[in-house]
Design a protein around this ligand. Sequence first.
Ligand SMILES: NC(=O)c1ccc[n+]([C@@H]2O[C@H](COP(=O)([O-])OP(=O)(O)OC[C@H]3O[C@@H](n4cnc5c(N)ncnc54)[C@H](O)[C@@H]3O)[C@@H](O)[C@H]2O)c1
Length: 243
Amino acid sequence: MINVLVNGANGRMGKEAVNAINNDDALNLVGEIDYQDDLAATIDSLKPDVVVDFTAASAGFNNTKTILEHGARPVIGTSGFVESQVQELQALSQEKGLGGLIAPNFSVGAVLMMKFSAEAAKYLPDVEVIEAHSPQKEESPSGTGLRTAEMISAARTAAPQTTSDKELIEGARGAELHGVKLHSIRLPGVVAQQTVFFGGLSETLKIEHNSQHRESFMPGVVLACKKVVERQQLVYGLEHLMD
Ligand SMILES: NC(=O)c1ccc[n+]([C@@H]2O[C@H](COP(=O)([O-])OP(=O)(O)OC[C@H]3O[C@@H](n4cnc5c(N)ncnc54)[C@H](O)[C@@H]3O)[C@@H](O)[C@H]2O)c1
């Protein structure tokens, strides 16, 4: 049995995680904490194998560090990590010999969308990403959008065409990471959507993913809780635990 603590348990994702863990025979929910609780002290007293964290972008890095420093394995859904933070946490996990995961997206379909996009980028280097989330999302672009741009950039075998970036209104052409344009939509009624829009010679290709309910992320969370206990280093992206 794998003992799991959920941090951010009063939030929308935290509540889903609590349900998913309670419904899985191999996982044992040992605690639910939120903003007012002391993460380090709770880990010391409950000694969970795994801590699932769905809190806030401003807290994700420090929470992950605390989880590792107190001997538990982080399964992090909280967004907002930059590359240097992920590298620092990977080094810490290696030093402690603890597995872990930071997942920009826990949905299996979204991970496949990113993989298929990386594959398509080998042949179609001209691509832009359009992501949509609820207005409550703290930061833009989304972690999934950023991760998609990183994967496309690593897979591209040719440079994209240059485009005119003369903007009549600032922001019209979106943000850019590694030569991939990213456009963020924030609307009520949306959970998480992303379209990866490729252009070629007289053809276009769209790879699209929709999360219609937050439960769509839970098979990935449950899988991660089971896999990180077998690992000795933190990985970035659910795809590393699926293969
Ligand atoms: N990786 C994924 O698949 C995925 C999917 C959806 C959302 N997210 C991310 O998960 C995070 C949570 O999303 P949500 O929709 O549940 O938000 P939410 O606002 O509904 O819930 C966040 C909860 O965390 C608590 N919290 C905030 N700061 C905290 C801290 N420092 N310590 C402990 N608890 C704290 C809040 O009180 C709240 O209960 C966000 O960063 C969001 O972008 C990730």
